[in-house]
Write a protein that binds this ligand. Sequence first.
Ligand code: SF4
Ligand code: SF4
Length: 91
Amino acid sequence: MLHTINLDCIACGACLKECPVNAIEAGTRIYTINDAHCIDCACCVPVCPTEAIVPNISPEETRLAWARALQEVEEDVEVPARVATTHGTVA
Ligand code: SF4
Ligand code: SF4
Protein backbone atom coordinates (compact mmCIF):
# COMPACT_ATOMS: atom_id res chain seq x y z
CA MET A 1 0.00 0.00 0.00
CA LEU A 2 1.77 3.11 -1.22
CA HIS A 3 0.63 6.69 -0.84
CA THR A 4 -0.96 8.91 -3.44
CA ILE A 5 -2.01 12.55 -3.75
CA ASN A 6 -5.66 13.28 -4.48
CA LEU A 7 -7.41 16.27 -6.04
CA ASP A 8 -7.49 18.15 -2.71
CA CYS A 9 -3.86 19.09 -3.39
CA ILE A 10 -3.39 22.86 -3.66
CA ALA A 11 0.17 22.52 -4.98
CA CYS A 12 1.73 24.27 -1.97
CA GLY A 13 4.90 22.19 -2.25
CA ALA A 14 5.18 21.49 1.49
CA CYS A 15 5.47 17.73 0.98
CA LEU A 16 8.32 17.95 -1.49
CA LYS A 17 11.15 18.41 1.01
CA GLU A 18 9.75 15.79 3.42
CA CYS A 19 10.25 12.86 1.08
CA PRO A 20 13.51 11.04 1.78
CA VAL A 21 13.59 9.42 -1.64
CA ASN A 22 12.40 12.32 -3.83
CA ALA A 23 9.31 10.43 -4.92
CA ILE A 24 7.11 13.54 -5.02
CA GLU A 25 6.91 15.57 -8.19
CA ALA A 26 5.21 18.83 -9.12
CA GLY A 27 2.50 18.08 -11.67
CA THR A 28 0.58 20.48 -13.89
CA ARG A 29 -2.13 21.15 -11.30
CA ILE A 30 -1.46 18.84 -8.37
CA TYR A 31 1.65 17.16 -7.05
CA THR A 32 2.11 13.46 -7.68
CA ILE A 33 3.92 10.53 -6.08
CA ASN A 34 6.03 8.24 -8.20
CA ASP A 35 5.03 4.69 -7.19
CA ALA A 36 8.36 3.32 -8.37
CA HIS A 37 10.24 5.39 -5.79
CA CYS A 38 7.82 5.74 -2.85
CA ILE A 39 8.88 3.63 0.14
CA ASP A 40 5.58 4.23 1.96
CA CYS A 41 7.18 5.94 4.96
CA ALA A 42 4.28 8.43 5.30
CA CYS A 43 6.67 11.30 6.21
CA CYS A 44 4.82 13.51 3.74
CA VAL A 45 1.35 12.94 5.21
CA PRO A 46 1.41 15.23 8.28
CA VAL A 47 2.72 18.31 6.46
CA CYS A 48 -0.10 18.44 3.93
CA PRO A 49 -2.52 21.27 4.83
CA THR A 50 -5.41 19.71 2.90
CA GLU A 51 -4.88 16.06 3.86
CA ALA A 52 -4.48 15.26 0.18
CA ILE A 53 -1.87 12.54 0.72
CA VAL A 54 -3.66 9.28 1.34
CA PRO A 55 -2.94 5.55 1.28
CA ASN A 56 -3.19 4.15 -2.22
CA ILE A 57 -4.80 0.76 -1.75
CA SER A 58 -3.99 -2.09 -4.08
CA PRO A 59 -6.41 -3.37 -6.77
CA GLU A 60 -7.16 -6.39 -4.58
CA GLU A 61 -7.93 -4.19 -1.56
CA THR A 62 -10.12 -2.01 -3.81
CA ARG A 63 -12.01 -5.11 -5.05
CA LEU A 64 -12.61 -6.30 -1.48
CA ALA A 65 -13.77 -2.83 -0.39
CA TRP A 66 -16.26 -2.69 -3.27
CA ALA A 67 -17.47 -6.22 -2.51
CA ARG A 68 -18.05 -5.31 1.14
CA ALA A 69 -19.86 -2.07 0.17
CA LEU A 70 -22.03 -3.95 -2.35
CA GLN A 71 -22.89 -6.59 0.24
CA GLU A 72 -23.94 -3.87 2.72
CA VAL A 73 -26.17 -2.22 0.09
CA GLU A 74 -27.75 -5.56 -0.86
CA GLU A 75 -28.51 -6.27 2.79
CA ASP A 76 -30.23 -2.86 3.11
CA VAL A 77 -32.23 -2.94 -0.13
CA GLU A 78 -35.25 -5.18 -0.44
CA VAL A 79 -35.21 -6.62 -3.96
CA PRO A 80 -38.75 -6.99 -5.41
CA ALA A 81 -39.76 -10.44 -6.64
CA ARG A 82 -40.55 -9.04 -10.08
CA VAL A 83 -38.61 -6.15 -11.62
CA ALA A 84 -40.03 -4.07 -14.47
CA THR A 85 -37.43 -3.08 -17.07
CA THR A 86 -37.59 -1.30 -20.41
CA HIS A 87 -37.49 -4.78 -21.99
CA GLY A 88 -40.41 -6.16 -20.01
CA THR A 89 -40.88 -7.74 -16.59
CA VAL A 90 -38.20 -9.96 -15.09
CA ALA A 91 -39.20 -12.57 -12.52
S1 SF4 B 1 5.14 8.08 1.70
FE1 SF4 B 1 7.36 8.54 2.13
S2 SF4 B 1 8.42 7.83 0.31
FE2 SF4 B 1 6.27 7.95 -0.25
S3 SF4 B 1 6.02 9.99 -1.15
FE3 SF4 B 1 5.55 10.20 1.03
S4 SF4 B 1 7.49 10.80 2.02
FE4 SF4 B 1 7.98 9.99 -0.03
S1 SF4 C 1 1.60 19.24 0.89
FE1 SF4 C 1 -0.43 18.54 0.17
S2 SF4 C 1 -1.33 20.34 -0.85
FE2 SF4 C 1 0.88 20.74 -0.64
S3 SF4 C 1 1.76 20.01 -2.60
FE3 SF4 C 1 1.90 18.31 -1.15
S4 SF4 C 1 0.01 17.13 -1.51
FE4 SF4 C 1 -0.30 19.13 -2.43
